[in-house]
Design a binder for this molecule. Structure first.
Ligand code: SF4
Length: 212
């Protein structure tokens, strides 16, 4: 039903995984608009990631300040570049394509400051591997609908939703449930009256029973 409402997106796998990793670090705790501005600024100052290596974190923080938490993010990005270069001798993450999803996730997990959501985003969006990133919208909608329990953490939700959704639908479902969370199932006032999936929703069913 979400696919009927919002369409079916297919993943474009030509994205450089290191670009995705850095974009995702920049997107933590901010809007897409701000993080995209910060990413563009970073790319225009440092056309290659190699040219960013070893830079002063404060100078980098100034460039990415539109993305918020600039000092922390600058330090995370610089330390990720150092880790990758020290492990692989270069800044190319394409070797992850040849690994299984669990191994690739484990490798990415060794980078400081790279949590479960960031790892899953790199796996799904850049490498086309089965991983289900859970952001704040997905977490909220999945809990309300009852796809996961009310106390399920975001990290646990990644595994639980990955079990529920067919692998070939991961990407589209991920995009559509975020869209639904933004447009209809909003945090403060969900628009249940116009929601196309209300009949499957625990929150809605509880609400209507309470009103009878
Ligand atoms: S019925 Fe309401 S709570 Fe349930 S998914 Fe729709 S908008 Fe969200």
């Amino acid at each position: 039903m979400l696919a009927k409402e919002y369409g079916i997106e297919s993943v474009e796998l030509d994205q450089n995984p290191l670009d995705t990793l850095i974009e995702t670090i920049l997107s933590q705790n901010t809007t897409d608009k701000n993080s995209s501005r910060a990413f563009k600024a970073l790319k225009s100052h440092y056309p290659t990631w190699e040219s960013l290596r070893g830079e002063n974190p404060k100078a980098v923080a100034k460039i990415i300040r539109s993305g918020g938490l600039a000092v922390i993010k600058a330090e995370r990005i610089l330390s990720a570049l150092e880790f990758i270069a020290s492990e692989k001798g270069n800044l190319d993450l394409n070797f992850l394509r040849g690994m299984g999803s669990p191994e690739a996730e484990q490798w990415l997990g060794r980078i400081k400051g790279v949590g479960p959501k960031t790892r899953s985003i790199v796996l799904l969006f850049s490498l086309g591997k089965p991983a289900f990133p859970v952001d704040t919208h997905i977490h909220r909608v999945a809990k309300r609908v009852g796809l996961i329990g009310p106390k399920t953490s975001r990290e646990a939700a990644q595994t639980e939703l990955a079990r529920l959704v067919p692998v070939e639908d991961f990407y589209s479902f991920h995009i559509n449930i975020i869209e639904h969370g933004r447009a209809v199932c909003q945090a403060r006032r969900p628009k249940c009256g116009v929601c196309r999936i209300s009949r499957f929703c625990d929150y809605f069913n509880r609400l209507t029973k309470a009103q009878v």
